[in-house]
Write a protein that binds this ligand. Structure first.
Ligand code: FAD
Ligand code: EPU
Length: 350
């Protein structure tokens, strides 16, 4: 006879793991492909049991699906992170450390900090996606990256089922990089992230158009809420809203090239923009390279290159992931031919 416990377990998983689920609502590109299995987890015990239940299956850990391009059916188990909660770990006169569940929506966390006058993440307002994904590529915008506020994280080790702690130096953060995208790829589920926020925020308004936007808003003595509003206004003016037009933000990273190569390019394209990195290297905006090559705003029916931001590839509705991937290949080979620069994709391809 089945004991009530195993009956409950069967009942629980029967309802928890769905089969042949269309992933369209779960990725901001709005690509329709099926997942063989799909489940959501709200705590680490559920996560452990779901992985145990389908241990032969390939896994995809999903946050907001805002940095993914799905090119084919996913023949494994998709686990959507719904770990909630924001907890004060410690505080003193100058700072507070908040620990946040990996499934919390990133921008909700930013608003939580702004409401409590905790500074550090206001420049990262409106970045789509989840807290758990924020360390994956060390999200960044307007002169700030999460490495600047990161304290530590907890992650579930898939092979052993153990929870491991990662401090700053363990994460190997770089520009759109971390150890979780490289050496430890697909080995962990990030369950909680702790950030160090400032009670005496020093505003960072020197980047991009923030100062001009504050001026336009007629704000002379800005606080963190004003900076957040300025960033939201700038972002909304050039980046497409995924609810209206499928996209995953910048499709490519901005390339970092040797100084000698840059100097050759300046000879040919004196107007080329750049950001100094160090004595040997320079960062060049990929958006400029792509626009200069005539791709900006190009429309291929269901998909194309965004008309206001050449770094963003878009799904106008009904595009296949493979079509967008093929477009990215064409852009990459064109840029390589024209500038001798091999672009690298920022978006994760599946
Ligand atoms: P997903 O797309 O769900 O996942 C991304 C990758 O991380 C996948 O490989 C997934 O398996 C893995 N992953 C997700 N969660 C976890 C977890 N808890 N544990 C382990 N692995 C996990 N990014 C920036 O850095 N700066 C920007 O300014 C920016 N602007 C954007 C604007 C728009 C309009 C869009 C659509 C995207 C933008 N992005 C930007 C990219 C994206 O928002 C970030 O990369 C974000 O962190 C992705 O979060 P997500 O939860 O949607 O991750
Ligand atoms: N540019 C063009 N044409 C374009 C787009 C950009 O010439 O169509 C040139 C201009 O010279 C412009 C410069 O590129 O001044 C920089 O453009 P922008 O400020 O829009 O930023 P970006 O380099 O294109 C990066 C990040 C964004 C982040 C913004 C703001 C990367 C790959 N992208 O974009 O992050 O929001 O800066 O800090 O680093 C993302 O990662 O998904 C993302 C959106």
């Amino acid at each position: 006879m089945t004991c009530p416990n195993s009956f409950l377990k069967f009942f629980y998983f029967y309802h928890m793991i769905r089969e042949q689920v269309d992933l369209k609502p779960y990725n901001t590109f709005g690509i329709s492909v099926p997942a063989k299995f799909f489940a959501t987890f709200q705590d680490t015990n559920q996560l452990r049991e779901l992985i145990e239940q389908k241990k032969q299956e390939e896994l995809l850990i999903l946050g907001g699906g805002s940095n993914l391009l799905l090119t084919k059916a996913f023949k494994g188990l998709v686990l959507k992170n719904d770990l909630q909660g924001i907890e004060l770990l410690s505080e003193n006169d100058s700072e507070a450390i908040l620990q946040v569940g990996g499934g919390v929506v990133w921008h909700d966390f930013v608003l939580h900090c702004i409401e409590r006058e905790l500074g550090g993440v206001e420049n990262l307002s409106l970045i789509p996606g989840s807290v758990g994904a924020s360390p994956m590529q060390n999200i960044g915008a307007y002169g700030v990256e999460i490495k600047d506020v990161f304290d530590h994280l907890e992650a579930f080790h898939i092979a052993s089922g153990e929870i491991h702690r990662f401090d700053h130096q363990d994460c190997a953060f770089g520009y759109r990089e971390s150890v979780f995208k490289r050496k430890l790829k697909s080995q962990y589920v990030i369950t909680k992230v702790a950030y160090r926020l400032s009670k005496k925020p020093v505003l960072n308004t020197s980047y991009g158009m923030i100062e001009q936007e504050l001026e336009r808003m007629q704000i002379n003595q800005p606080g963190i809420r004003d900076v957040s509003n300025a960033v939201i206004a700038i972002r909304s003016s050039k980046l497409p809203d995924p609810k209206k037009m499928g996209n995953a933000g910048s499709f490519f990273k901005n390339p970092v090239i040797p100084k000698e190569h840059f100097e050759q390019l300046v000879g040919e394209f004196p107007e080329i923009p750049s950001y100094p990195i160090d004595a040997q290297s320079v960062k060049v905006p990929a958006g400029w390279l792509i626009e200069r090559s005539g791709w900006k705003g190009r429309n291929f029916g269901n998909f194309g290159v965004h008309e206001k931001q050449a770094l963003v590839l878009v799904n106008y509705g009904g595009a296949l992931g493979q079509e967008i991937y093929d477009l990215s290949e064409q852009i990459m080979s064109d840029i390589e031919q024209k500038f001798g620069i091999r672009l690298e994709r920022e978006v994760n391809i599946l």
